[in-house]
Design a protein around this ligand. Structure first.
Ligand code: LAN
Length: 728
């Protein structure tokens, strides 16, 4: 299948390839995000571009300059005066959630093999995004936007560009191909890349280690049963095992034949595929295969050489059923875009182009596509709606900004409460046990209710936001009744592991030993759930705030959960006083959370050696200019990696940490506040700096709304904190 040809693509992608005045973000159904390009004059007139559109497109918002801030509180106030303009009409804050560079290839390759298309403007802006994100020195792509060029990033994005319509002789393609070849060509691509290239029919299935769907037929009590894997890993490997099991392949065409020549340094027909199953370019390798995994792969490879492995058909029906359950439970979005696009190809393979599954999958691709000033990218989830809305509302209430005389902040908070109320999941998922899901009743998700997965800390931050809005403000009503708050508490308590720590989506179901069979060479710690200081803190702080207002519900359980959580946090403090962060960068992020927990337990700078050590750690990292700055390399190496430039978001985290710790010396706090104030722009906003988040140890992901929520939160709290120090 060929897509309609595009005009010549300019080599320089700094100017838009489409008319930016025509893009609009549609927000519907509980925070769903879809970017539209308006085609007719009539549409254009009916649907004016608003501030949210303009801000995310990088167009001037023309918001007024504000009176310069005199102190931390007025800086927080100015920050929110700007940021409230980015609130959507339905009450949530929308935003970009890009960073990983292997998501757009899944979208493009998956759509292509299933015979789905994109609009011309979407194609042009995806191309432009990739041109803008190619590393300037070598023209390749990394695993994420700040990473060095790898085979994984370069080969997959190269194929995406070609499918989207870029000619092989375009200067950017020549440069990227040169880099790919220098790195050894696509035979060295990690396993997820080998998989996608095989689906596209530019790589041979014989070059992939087996992904047998039969694993799902093993008895569930077996420690390796895939139902015990981390929910993301299992959601990805379910459809992968289906497509591997049926050896799905796109039909050969000119583009595919040409890609077979472009991607490799050797002659495609002469490649010894089985010999390359474990070839991984050194630059890509983060988690090498263990000897045990290599032996398992060899045994499974022998099983695959039976013509039709005996249990294949039964296994295929079972995994297909799991794929359908997941689609139904998430309105065809799946938990994240990797599994979404794999499920889409599976449904296309089995059911073809006619019918509900194809139509729904086609439409729901757009929930992940986000237009930015540099073009169109694919987000890590269908957004971070709940996460961003929960933080900013807490920041505004705690900073004392929610009761402003003009009433505009009040209105903003009421809208936010309304949205947060609607976002709470009130039931357990369909096929609850049969689909191996954790309970969702009472939970808040990371993005939207429709996506529908419980996340421990999102439930916690959602609940805290509701409690702040309902209990601290005079003008709000109790939209979320006590019974639903109790449901959230039950869900959070159901997520604490025996060791006291809380993981992300579920309880840890399997042993950490399963990590020896981690097949994805580019990610670490993905086989099971692990407890995280961040998630644990959010949960126990939410439980404690709940208890303050509703002391009669499960008080003892909450007390016991808190004690166990604290002992988990004690056990994972590092000798240098810090905690390792798995979802934000890195030691600064997790140390902020952990110190909040310890404060809840009465452990502060004055009384606790642990807290003193943590504060020493933080203050030793404060930079000359008063700020803090850590790079994502901390997450990769496990050692603090200093950024060249201080970062407002990390400065906010570090100062918040010192405040939680009740650090007695005002100087580091004051210097941090001054740095954040000095970076505030005249309209009250802050500019985007380096990437803020991380996952699976090796892939950075952006949280651009953090530069508002955490700065405003820190400034508000610091103001009150510094005043309290003065008066004591
Ligand atoms: C996220 C984003 C949010 C994040 C927090 C809530 C911040 C965290 O505290 C708990 C874990 C969670 C929900 C999380 C888990 C992993 C996600 C879903 C992501 C980092 C966003 C993208 C990532 C997902 C795994 C990306 C797809 C890639 C695969 C390896 C399958």
């Amino acid at each position: 299948m060929a897509w309609a040809p595009l005009d010549d693509i300019p080599a320089n992608a700094s100017a838009p390839f489409t008319d930016y005045a025509k893009w609009r973000l549609e927000v519907s159904d509980g925070g769903r995000h879809i970017w539209h390009y308006l085609c007719t004059d009539e549409e254009y007139e009916r649907w004016p571009q608003n501030t949210v559109d303009k801000y995310w497109l990088g167009l001037p918002t023309n918001l007024p300059d504000l009176p310069p801030a005199e102190d931390a509180l007025s800086a927080a106030r100015n920050g929110f005066r700007f940021y409230r303009n980015l609130q959507s009409d339905d009450g949530h804050w929308a935003g970009e959630f890009g960073g990983p560079m292997f998501l757009l290839p899944g979208l493009v390759l998956g759509s292509y093999v299933a015979g789905m298309t994109f609009t011309r403007e979407e194609r042009l802006e995806m191309i432009r995004y990739l041109l803008n994100r190619a590393n300037p020195d070598d023209g390749g792509w990394g695993i994420h936007t700040e990473g060095c060029s790898t085979v994984f990033g370069t080969a997959l994005n190269y194929c995406s560009m070609r499918i989207l319509g870029v000619d092989a002789e375009h200067p950017a393609m020549i440069k990227a191909r040169g880099t790919l070849h220098k790195l050894g060509g696509a035979t060295g691509i990690p396993s997820w890349g080998k998989f996608w290239l095989s689906v596209l029919n530019v790589h041979d299935w014989d070059g992939c280690n087996p992904i047998p769907p039969e694993l799902w037929l093993l008895p569930e009590w077996l420690p390796v049963h895939p139902s015990k894997w981390w929910v993301h890993t299992r959601s990805v490997y379910i459809p992968m095992s289906y497509l591997y099991g049926v050896r799905f392949q796109a039909e050969e065409n000119d583009l595919i034949l040409s890609l077979r020549k472009e991607l490799y340094v050797e002659d495609y027909d002469k490649i010894d595929w089985p010999a390359h199953r474990n070839s991984i370019a050194p630059v890509d390798l983060f988690a090498p295969h263990s000897a045990l995994l290599k032996s398992c792969d060899a045994i499974l490879g022998a099983y695959e050489s039976c013509n039709l492995p005996p249990a294949r058909n039964i296994a295929l029906s079972r995994v297909y059923q799991l794929i359908c359950f997941e689609d139904e439970n998430t309105s065809y979005q799946s938990i994240a875009p990797v599994s979404k696009m794999l499920n889409l190809v599976c449904r296309f393979h089995k059911e073809g182009r006619d019918g509900e599954a194809f139509r729904m999958h086609d439409a729901r691709r757009r929930d992940f596509m986000w237009m930015g000033e540099d073009g169109m990218r694919v987000c890590g989830t269908n957004g971070s709606q709940l996460w961003d809305t929960a933080f900013i509302t807490q920041a505004v209430v705690e900073g004392g900004l929610a009761e402003d005389p003009e009433g505009e902040n009040c209105e903003s908070m009421m809208k936010a409460l309304d949205w947060l109320e609607k976002c709470q999941i009130q039931n357990n998922p369909c096929h609850y046990e049969n689909a191996y899901r954790h309970r969702t009743k009472g939970a808040w998700p990371f993005s939207t209710k429709e996506q529908g997965y419980t996340v421990s800390d999102c439930t916690a931050e959602g609940l805290k936001a509701i409690l702040y809005l309902q209990e601290h403000l005079t003008y709000t009503s109790k939209l979320v009744p006590e019974q639903r708050l109790r449901d959230a508490v039950d869900t959070m308590l159901s997520m604490q592991n025996p060791g006291g720590g809380v993981a992300s989506f579920e309880l840890a179901r399997g042993s950490a030993l399963l990590e020896v069979i981690n097949p994805a060479e580019v990610f670490g710690d993905i086989m099971i759930e692990y407890p995280y200081p961040e998630c644990t803190t959010s949960v126990i702080t939410a439980l404690s705030i709940f208890r303050k207002y509703y002391p009669h519900y499960r008080g003892e359980d909450i007390e016991d959960a808190t004690k166990r959580a604290i002992s988990y946090l004690h056990s994972v403090q590092r000798p240098d006083g810090s905690w390792y962060g798995s979802w934000g960068i890195c030691f600064t992020y997790a140390t902020m959370f952990a110190l909040e927990s310890l404060a809840l337990n009465g452990e502060t700078f004055g009384s606790s050696e642990r807290v003193q050590k943590a504060c020493q750690f933080l203050t030793s990292k404060q930079m000359e200019d008063g700020g803090w700055g850590e790079t994502y390399m901390s997450c990769v190496t496990g050692e603090y990696a200093q950024h060249q430039k201080s970062q407002v978001v990390q400065t906010a985290w570090a100062v918040l940490a010192l405040i939680y710790a009740e650090y007695s010396n005002r100087e580091p706090v004051e210097k941090g506040v001054r740095l954040v104030m000095s970076r505030q722009l005249p309209d009250g906003s802050w500019a985007q700096e380096s990437i803020e988040g991380i996952f699976n140890k090796n892939c950075a992901i952006s949280y651009p709304n953090f530069k508002f929520s955490f700065t405003i939160w820190m400034l508000g709290k610091a103001h009150h904190y510094l005043r309290s120090l003065k008066s004591s």
